[in-house]
Design a protein around this ligand. Structure first.
Ligand SMILES: Nc1nc2c(c(=O)[nH]1)N[C@H]1C(S)=C(S)[C@@H](COP(=O)(O)O)O[C@H]1N2
Ligand SMILES: [Mo]
Length: 350
């Protein structure tokens, strides 16, 4: 069977939603297939963007989500600054607005896990406000504060980057309470813990401090390593390092018709150059097809058509490479974010 026919067949047999795959301690929402397979039609290029619907976007909050009133909300820029500022929501709206795509991931996401989502965000750059406030030379870091008393810190230069935004919309709707209504900060290149929701304070500090998660041992910079994740095998959402799939011969999901593997890859700043796929536990590797998002902060989408000929047990791996680094096979430091290659066991029935 030709590649085109194979993919057509996959499209015909995988319309429905699959049952929920749950992470311990994670929200118990039913998850559909990551890639709507219509988007994988061989005649269509890989989509440019794949947005995570809000209904599937993970929520990670250490305490209860505070209820913040937009009309009384204020953001204080304070500490070691020449002119402390208090910004209202109207001040944020009056500044120039733009949209951008960015993938948010929790540092505690196990490789392949569901604590990751891609959204379109709307807001305004933070930098002009910091310039207006006049950061004093003795400032070394900013402490970022949420209305729930969440705190995290980053070096001054990192927070002064022009790509750091105050955002108030996500996927073209106002931020929901769970995602930080009315305003959160986005610091590209860092895991989610560096992006406080319900942002109420930006404080220039003159000695280094550690934030909430950082005091518990999680990485202080929390930069996103180069990592590719296999997320979907045919219409099954893959979600853990111990995931096993079994595929039948014959019937609707006949593996002899070809098996579609698909996933995402991300790095803190460098475009993903290749995603290598192995179906023999790392013995041989083959390049996946991928898209090339304009922003390195949006996940790269990839797919690979695997055409095995013999039944048996296989170990599937996906390994990403950016201009910066090649993804390690094993995780070294779990509290720096999971970066090791996910091993998926696939059994092909005879
Ligand atoms: N104020 C506040 N901001 C926060 C958190 C929090 O608990 N409180 N959790 C952080 C963590 S650990 C992550 S991974 C992201 C998750 O963002 P999301 O819930 O919008 O997906 O928010 C970050 N911002
Ligand atoms: Mo997180």
């Amino acid at each position: 069977m030709k590649r085109r026919q194979v993919l057509k067949r996959l499209l015909q047999t995988s319309g429905g939603l699959i049952a929920a795959s749950l992470l311990p301690g994670c929200s118990s929402k039913a998850l559909g297939s990551l890639f709507p397979l219509e988007l994988l039609h061989p005649e269509a290029p890989l989509p440019e963007h794949l947005l995570t619907p809000l209904s599937e976007f993970y929520v990670q909050t250490y305490a209860l989500a505070p209820q913040v009133d937009r009309s009384t909300w204020a953001l204080e820029i304070k500490g070691a600054v020449a002119n402390p500022l208090t910004l209202t929501f109207e001040d944020i709206l009056a500044a120039p607005q733009s949209d951008f795509y960015l993938t948010m991931e929790c540092i505690g996401n196990p490789t392949g896990g569901n604590l990751i989502g891609n959204a379109q965000w709307t807001g305004t750059p933070l930098r002009p406000f910091l310039e207006q406030a006049g950061v004093k030379p003795e400032a070394v870091e900013f402490a970022l504060h949420g209305a729930d008393w969440y705190k995290t810190t980053l070096p001054v230069a990192d927070v002064m980057r022009p790509e750091v935004y105050l955002v108030h919309r996500m996927n073209d709707a106002p931020l929901t309470q769970a995602h930080g209504y009315p305003v959160r900060i986005i610091l590209p290149g860092h895991f989610g813990q560096k992006q406080p929701k319900w942002l109420v304070g930006i404080e220039a500090i003159t000695s280094t401090e550690r934030g909430f998660w950082e005091q518990l041992g999680w990485s202080n910079l929390a930069e996103i390593p180069t990592h590719a994740m296999l997320r979907q095998i045919q219409n099954t959402r893959v979600w853990s390092g111990h995931h096993r799939v079994s595929l039948d011969a014959g019937g609707e999901q006949d593996w002899r018709q070809g098996i579609l593997l698909a996933g995402v890859a991300l790095d803190k700043a460098s475009p993903i150059q290749t995603i290598q796929i192995s179906t023999d536990g790392g013995g041989t590797w083959d390049k996946a097809e991928q898209n090339h998002p304009r922003s390195p902060h949006e996940w790269t989408l990839w797919r690979y058509l695997w055409q095995p000929t013999t039944p048996g047990k296989y170990t599937l791996l996906a390994r990403g490479e950016s201009g910066r680094e090649q993804q390690p096979l094993k995780d070294e430091h779990h509290k720096d974010g999971s970066s090791g290659v996910l091993e998926i066991q696939a059994t092909l029935q005879s």
